[in-house]
Design a protein around this ligand. Sequence first.
Ligand code: ADE
Length: 225
Amino acid sequence: MRIDILTIFPELFESPFGHSMLKRAQNKGFIEIFIHNIRDYSTDKHKSVDDYAFGGGAGMVMMIQPIEDLILKLKLERDYDEIIYMTPDAKVFNQKEANRLSLSENIIILCGHYKGVDQRIRDHYITKEISIGDYVLTGGELAAAIVVDSIVRLIPGVLSDETSALTDSFQDNLLSPPVYTRPADHNGWKIPEVLLSGNDKLIDEWREKQSMELTMRVRPDLLDD
Ligand code: ADE
């Protein structure tokens, strides 16, 4: 899978993509991530990437030219499954969408800043818009890193224990049950007895019940789907 990220702050991706699982996934060749600086494509003599909003009002708008030139260059080189725009005014991302995107060959992710991008970029090039939640970040970069992380860990082979992504919270619209490790008794805080029983059936039933109860208590909306 190849992911091209379009941003005016490429440095913001150095840390999230330079460590742990995302780094390993790149080193092992499961994924290629290319970070493009939109400013490099500006034909303006000051390398501007934004301008005042027509109609007035506070905040600058990211202009069409550098983004369009960059998208057209990438599209000439290969086909893309999706051209995604990160923005708070979109449908909220979820596990189902992560599963779907993890099957892509090539995707572009455009990160917005200021008041966002000129609507005509959205109208003519963007095929999917993603919000990571009902709050506003300073830009789309951190949101893009979250989306990439959630996608990459689903690519077969990226996680060392292949089954672990399947038992994540949300994969069956349920939250994960509690987990425990040694010691079984920490100063009187004991783990549930059933987990020491060695009876897989009983343990599975206990986990399912815990999942259901937790979901009903903190995310009953998931059970409506
Ligand atoms: N950019 C700013 N806020 C965002 C959000 N909540 N989701 C995606 N991109 C954003």
